[in-house]
Design a protein around this ligand. Structure first.
Ligand SMILES: NC(=O)c1ccc[n+]([C@@H]2O[C@H](COP(=O)([O-])OP(=O)(O)OC[C@H]3O[C@@H](n4cnc5c(N)ncnc54)[C@H](OP(=O)(O)O)[C@@H]3O)[C@@H](O)[C@H]2O)c1
Length: 343
């Protein structure tokens, strides 16, 4: 049976990526596309890459009612704005995948510290499942609300969790040095994202504490069963999409770490552990829902792990569809590619 789908925030980068992926999904059909400043326009007039019948749809206002036959709603809205739309969709019985940060924290206090906002619906936080797909399948299959992880936390948590679970890391702060393409900042115009500001340059931002640091610590602690601290420095690089995260790790028995990663992910379609000493590149993942991980030992107690994702796929819309597939009991890989664009 075809599942009718709404995307709220469909005119942003993650929303547009959801449209592109869902158009190829065998079980999903888009029947509602919501927008904010662009509401009332045709999709194809706002998103030049979207053609066909879906391009002829008219963008609905953000608060337009959702038809009864819509089962699944993706909210790809700015944090703060998403919470209200999520609550409305849940109240009328929809299943929701929220790409924003509004339901990623279990405590409203942590949300307030990270985002500087009082959470408008704290009573829903406990119903949300943090959707790091490979680590939360059973809970994802039993919820109506998925908090889709952030892009930097996804690329950080994927290599970190198996090593924490195996108790191989020591308690020193983990250095997370990450680089993102500019689509990570969304489509809204900002001076720092202008071509002349970004092109042929490289800049760090978000210090002393980027909001994703709280998310990394909370979910590394929960999934890894061990509390951690991160020293997280994000960087903006002049490419449209892609994310490369370098973890500087210390602990014990580094000779076993590669095998630990291999075992954790041996049956996972969207995770590839490279041979020891090989390091991944964003070119190997962009356009796919894959996370590529490489490990290089420095000594018996030190190693560097590099993880690459496409921020708009495994870091956002791809993982959102992977989660929706799990939540609805479908093949987890439906509508998703394991192959990158090449060249
Ligand atoms: N970009 C990434 O790599 C990435 C990765 C992971 C998670 N996320 C998260 O996913 C969400 C969407 O990100 P994005 O990059 O797609 O953002 P974006 O490109 O800035 O798009 C934002 C979307 O939300 C709509 N919108 C803006 N303000 C709104 C408001 N006050 N009320 C209702 N709708 C509003 C916009 O509609 P109009 O165009 O009509 O104004 C647009 O459709 C964010 O919460 C972001 O943090 C993004």
């Amino acid at each position: 049976m075809t599942i009718h789908v709404a995307i709220l925030g469909s005119t942003g980068y993650t929303g547009a990526e959801l449209i592109r992926l869902i158009e190829q999904h065998p079980d999903f059909m888009i029947t509602h596309l919501g927008a904010h400043s662009q509401a009332g326009k045709k999709v194809r007039d706002v998103l030049p890459g979207i053609a066909g019948a879906v391009g002829d749809l008219t963008l609905a206002k953000a608060d337009a009612p959702l038809a009864d036959d819509i089962q699944l709603v993706f909210t790809a809205l700015p944090h703060g704005a998403a919470a209200e739309s999520v609550k409305k969709a849940l109240d009328v019985g929809k299943k929701v995948v929220d790409l924003s940060a509004d339901f990623r924290h279990q405590s409203p206090d942590i949300y307030q510290q990270a985002y500087g906002l009082a959470h408008p619906h704290p009573h829903i936080l406990n119903n949300a499942v943090y959707g790091l797909s490979e680590w939360a399948r059973a809970d994802i299959a039993n919820t109506n609300l998925i908090a889709n992880p952030g892009c930097y936390p996804t690329s950080t948590l994927m290599p970190l969790i198996p090593l924490l679970q195996a108790k191989l890391l020591d308690d020193s702060a983990i250095i997370v040095d990450a680089k993102s393409g500019t689509s990570g900042a969304g489509r809204t115009a900002k001076t720092g994202l202008l071509y002349c500001e970004v092109n042929e340059g490289l800049s760090a931002y978000g210090l002393p504490r980027h909001r994703h640091a709280w998310e990394m610590e909370e979910w590394a602690g929960n999934f890894g069963q061990h509390p951690i601290k991160v020293r997280f420095v994000p960087h903006l690089i002049p490419m449209s999409r892609g994310m490369l995260t370098t973890l500087h790790l210390t602990g014990k028995n580094t000779a076993t770490w590669h095998q630990t990663l291999l075992q954790a992910y041996q049956h996972e379609p969207f995770v590839r552990i490279l041979p020891e000493g090989s390091l991944p590149s964003t070119k190997g993942v962009v356009g796919s829902n894959r996370c590529d991980i490489g490990l290089c030992r420095l000594s018996d107690t030190e190693a560097v792990v590099v993880s690459c994702i496409d921020n708009l796929l495994k870091g956002a819309s791809g993982q959102a569809i992977q989660n929706a597939n799990i939540m609805l009991g479908l093949d987890e890989t439906s509508g998703l590619s394991i192959h990158a664009q090449w060249p």
